[in-house]
Design a binder for this molecule. Structure first.
Ligand SMILES: NC(=O)c1ccc[n+]([C@@H]2O[C@H](COP(=O)([O-])OP(=O)(O)OC[C@H]3O[C@@H](n4cnc5c(N)ncnc54)[C@H](O)[C@@H]3O)[C@@H](O)[C@H]2O)c1
Length: 345
């Protein structure tokens, strides 16, 4: 199977390429390369060919000969999206829908889309949300995920299959590390400052999933029978990995025992959701999360020791997505609409 995966130079994409190649999939990556300055640690394993291109410029010609597309390339979190909501709609919503249309034109059979549990927004504290629950997106990022799901659903027919992976928040080590997601950030703080200071009371729920388990879900979706997954929305994670932020902080504090933990006031950020992950198991019985937050924290601890991670590395621009894009814009390397300014540098 020949697969194009977008976002190949991102946090999950950097793991997905080797993951697919090692399992016999002829995987080719695509990425515009916003975060290529960051490579936290060396990684063994096969490396895919990566095409440098913006998803907004992809045409059916670029997609000829691929059996499937796994689409990861977007502005990948709420702060990025809120910074310029209009641009977020341009890339994450319109860019993704256009890509799916070009893929269908090119004869691609399957389109696996990386959605997010953030579509649920604010859940009821005592309720556990599943795929039948009403969505309640709170940000441009989450709203785009909902719109892409809605626009791609009617595209399903005998020749074209779309499915939607509603991922929990990721954690774990990747060479293209992100420290702007909760468990990774807390581990970095614990290692570099010996202090975990929660700015909020830590009460909100956050389902978590390891980046490699997200790769496993994509692999399963690429291989699943068409009638099982066509048009399906699937939460990606495991029901036992719904954590309150305070529990995540305690897990990190246990892994880094020489650090202190303190808790703040209730926060204005009201995103909180507990999610049920039974459906993915029913549709793709081979899928099973292999990681837990405890294992993920231990994995990061091992990486930090191995590279002797300094505060400068932890705070470096590429590992916080918004910081990197702001820096490139301030330096004139990226235009306001996030195209590279010049090819003659
Ligand atoms: N990491 C998470 O916690 C999480 C959770 C749920 C869903 N997701 C989704 O999974 C996908 C991958 O997330 P990630 O954490 O690897 O993000 P990331 O920011 O690390 O990677 C995204 C990649 O896409 C590329 N990209 C962005 N816009 C592009 C464009 N216009 N053209 C070409 N390339 C472009 C970037 O250069 C980057 O390498 C995203 O769609 C994200 O919304 C991630």
């Amino acid at each position: 199977m020949r697969v194009l995966f977008t976002g190949a130079d991102g946090y999950i994409g950097a793991l997905l390429g080797p993951y697919l190649l090692e399992r016999g999939i002829d995987a080719v990556g695509l990425d515009t390369g916003y975060y290529r300055e960051g490579w936290l640690y060396p990684m063994s394993g096969p490396r895919p060919q990566i095409v440098t291109k913006d998803i907004r410029d992809i045409t059916a010609e670029d997609l000829q000969g691929f059996d499937a597309v796994a689409h990861l390339a977007e502005l990948s979190n709420d702060p990025l999206g809120q910074q310029n909501p209009e641009l977020t709609f341009q890339i994450n919503h319109q860019g993704s829908v256009r890509l799916a249309n070009e893929a269908r034109k090119a004869g691609v059979k399957r389109f696996v889309y990386m959605s997010s549990c953030s579509v649920y927004g604010v859940g009821k504290d005592d309720g556990v949300l599943d795929e039948t629950s009403e969505v309640n997106p709170q940000t441009a990022y989450a709203e785009c995920k909902v719109r892409v799901e809605n626009d791609l659903t009617p595209m399903n027919d005998a020749n074209f299959t779309t499915c939607f992976m509603r991922n929990a928040t990721a954690y774990g080590a990747s060479p293209r590390q992100r420290f702007d997601i909760v468990l990774n950030d807390l581990c970095g703080l614990a290692w570099t400052t010996k202090e975990i200071k929660l700015l909020s009371d830590g009460k909100p729920w956050r389902p978590l999933v390891h980046a490699l388990d997200m790769c496993q879900a994509i692999y399963c979706a690429l291989n699943a029978d068409q009638d099982k997954i066509a048009g399906q929305r699937m939460n990606v994670g495991s029901t036992d990995q719904n954590y309150r932020v305070i529990d995540i902080a305690k897990i990190v504090a246990d892994e880094f025992p020489d650090c202190t933990l303190s808790v703040g006031e209730p926060s204005a950020d009201n995103r909180s959701y507990r999610v049920n992950f039974d459906k993915i198991q029913k549709l793709m019985p081979d899928f099973k999360c292999e990681w837990t937050a405890e294992k993920g924290a231990a994995q990061l601890h091992k990486v930090f020791k191995a590279i002797n991670m300094t505060p400068e590395i932890f705070q470096a621009n590429p590992y916080t997505r918004l910081k990197m894009l702001m820096k490139y814009k301030a330096d004139g390397l990226l235009t306001d609409d996030l195209y590279w300014s010049s090819s003659d540098l």
